[in-house]
Design a protein. Structure first.
Ligand SMILES: NC(=O)C1=CN([C@@H]2O[C@H](COP(=O)(O)OP(=O)(O)OC[C@H]3O[C@@H](n4cnc5c(N)ncnc54)[C@H](OP(=O)(O)O)[C@@H]3O)[C@@H](O)[C@H]2O)[C@@H](O)CC1
Ligand SMILES: Nc1ncnc2c1ncn2[C@@H]1O[C@H](COP(=O)(O)OP(=O)(O)O)[C@@H](O)[C@H]1O
Ligand SMILES: [K+]
Length: 536
């Protein structure tokens, strides 16, 4: 595990469930009963007064969970309407169905039967879970379309989904059969109030359309920890969750932050002096474009780097006077000038791109890339990089690239195109797949920005950072602040992957702490509070 919580793909989850059942210590029926009880419990927690629920049960084990939920809610006094299919091939799901039939009837899972259930307070989607292999079609597609219209937007009824909204690919967060943004041939995308998933988050809960489709995500413990942790190499995907996940070794965010920092960063202590904490250098642009680089520099200073120097062309030096006084300024006009500055071995990290200007980035990139210090390439530097032939060969493991979607498409047009294609089979190509492949190709750390920021290293380690709860982070200059944070953490000694992941985490926490109305200038000012909250 990298840090934060482990994420499992649908295939990994199925493998763990199989291992648990093969061990003879737990049966599939017990796991299903626990899954059903977890969801029924969450529903009763949110709707303490028994109401009317409609449960839609599919052909597999997800449907089996649905029959268990129906039985448990009925025992708690709820009025139930259950829609299901004739064929329920799995033994466990068939047993759950049999037990439900002792309590009540099953109506056919059709659009017209669903239409006749409008009095429900809660609709429970137990049609498909981790077993979804292809886009829903025909009768089930029509049911899901109707369900989307009955529960989405301002409708009174709430949708609760078992493991995930049906039709959503749990490995990518994309609707199977739909193109970019959930549009295309598929059904009306579901918008759940609550999704209860088992054991661990899956990538699809956090990526792309997943968070909007899932609503509030709750991870329920169904007793699989031992098989998750036994004998398997640590998972490659992890997050910094802002929600509690049961049954994890590291549970407080403070502990997690401390664990990362202890791995590499020079924690401030009585024995240190400013040079102990690194010196970050920011290549800035011409007059009139200095704001972006100053945001970067300010964030680098606040990250705890011992010194930060901003390097605009000589004529633009005066523009940076007094922003803030702690910032050092040095004119930089030619690549040879940069080489001269870099003879100082105490400069420990660089950043080029924010407010730099593409032409200036083209001039300085070769000198930046051939020096061995860790370096963040952002904004104009990414555009400049994409223009140079055979650019992936110029990069290596000490480089961190921080593209947003547009910059990523300039650098990796084929991967961006693949993300936009309609996916006819699961698992669909995901933002994690794209970012991992990008990192592998150029041998550098890639941080693909968005509400679902993905960070990947060339060795395949990857991490999703979810910031869907802070949409106000999408404001001009916030990416410049992120670049500065990562540069500062690199200067202080964090490894590139850790610096990028910790940067994304601290960035979103600063935005969360400030709240709506945030402008990028506010972010660095929140950092002391963020660090204090983390006990750093
Ligand atoms: N394993 C365990 O012990 C536990 C599992 N648990 C629960 O089980 C869920 C996984 O169950 P699952 O593997 O049976 O898959 P599920 O999501 O129910 O659907 C698969 C069925 O749908 C079919 N199908 C697929 N796509 C289709 C399409 N487009 N249109 C039509 N059919 C389609 C597919 O058929 P096939 O692809 O073979 O044709 C198959 O019949 C998991 O999410 C969790 O809720 C929990 O109880 C904890 C213990
Ligand atoms: N909807 C959103 N919710 C949360 N964070 C977002 C959202 N959209 C973008 N972000 C984050 O905001 C920052 C924007 O960076 P960027 O696009 O480079 O902006 P700029 O170039 O103006 O600095 C990134 O860290 C990105 O992950
Ligand atoms: K489901």
């Amino acid at each position: 595990m990298l840090y934060g919580s482990e994420i499992l793909t649908a295939a990994q989850m199925r493998a763990i469930e199989s291992e648990a059942m093969d061990s003879g210590e737990v049966t599939g029926l017990t796991l299903m009963e626990r899954a059903g009880a977890a969801i029924a419990g969450q529903i009763r927690l949110r709707w303490p007064k028994p109401g009317q629920a409609t449960v839609l049960c599919g052909p597999g084990n997800n449907g089996g969970d649905g029959y268990a939920i129906a039985r448990l809610l009925a025992q708690a006094g709820w009025s139930l309407r259950v829609l299901g299919l004739d064929n329920t091939p799995g033994a466990n799901a068939a047993e759950m169905k049999r037990r439900w039939l002792e309590t009540g009837p099953i109506a056919p899972l059709t659009e017209s039967e669903l239409h006749d259930s409008p009095a429900s307070d809660v609709f429970i989607d137990a049609i498909f879970g981790t077993g979804l292999t292809r886009p829903p079609e025909g009768r089930i597609a029509a049911v899901l379309h109707k369900l989307g219209r009955m529960t989405g937007g301002s409708s009174r009824a709430s949708l609760v989904t078992v493991d995930c909204p049906s039709g959503l690919c749990m490995d990518s967060g994309r609707w199977l059969g739909s193109g970019n943004g959930g549009k295309g041939a598929g059904p009306v995308p579901l918008e759940a109030a609550l999704t209860v998933a088992f054991d661990s988050p899956k990538p699809g809960h956090l990526l792309d359309q997943g968070p909007a489709a899932c609503g509030k995500l709750v991870i329920a413990d169904i007793g699989l920890r031992r098989w998750r942790e036994d004998g398997r190499p640590p998972s490659l995907s992890a997050i910094w969750p802002e929600f509690p996940i049961p049954d994890r070794r590291i549970c407080s965010i403070r502990e997690r932050a401390r664990a990362v920092l202890d791995k590499g960063i020079s924690a401030k202590g009585p024995a240190g002096h400013k040079y102990s904490y690194g010196h970050a250098l920011i290549v800035a642009g011409a007059s009139g474009h200095g704001g972006a680089a100053r945001l970067t520099a300010r964030a680098a200073l606040r990250s705890g780097a011992g010194l930060v120097t901003i390097c605009p062309p000589h004529p633009a030096l005066s523009e940076h006077a007094g922003y803030p006084d702690a910032l050092m300024r040095r004119g930089l006009d030619h690549a040879a000038g940069l080489q001269a500055i870099l003879t100082d071995p105490r400069i420990s990290a660089l950043c080029i791109g924010p407010g730099c200007g593409v032409d200036r980035a083209v001039t300085f990139l070769p000198a930046v890339l051939e020096q061995p210090r860790p370096c963040v390439l952002d904004a104009d530097a990414l555009t400049a990089l994409a223009r140079s032939p055979d650019w992936p060969r110029a990069l290596s493991g000490h480089h961190v690239l921080t593209p947003h979607g547009g910059e990523f498409a300039r650098l990796f047009p084929d991967l961006a195109a693949k993300l936009g294609e309609t996916s006819a089979r699961g698992p669909a190509f995901s933002r994690v797949d794209a970012t991992r492949e990008a990192a592998r190709r150029c041998g550098a750390v890639i941080l693909l920005k968005g509400p679902d920021t993905v960070i990947a290293a060339p060795d395949g380690r990857a991490c999703i950072h979810s910031a869907f709860d802070v949409p106000w982070l999408a404001t001009a200059g916030s990416g410049d602040v992120l670049a500065g944070l990562i540069t500062g953490f690199l200067a202080r000694g964090l490894a590139p992957m850790e610096a990028a992941a910790f940067g994304a985490f601290v960035h979103a926490r600063a935005a969360r702490r400030f709240g709506p109305g945030l402008i990028a200038d506010d972010l660095p000012e929140q950092l002391p509070g963020v660090f204090r909250d983390l006990g750093l």
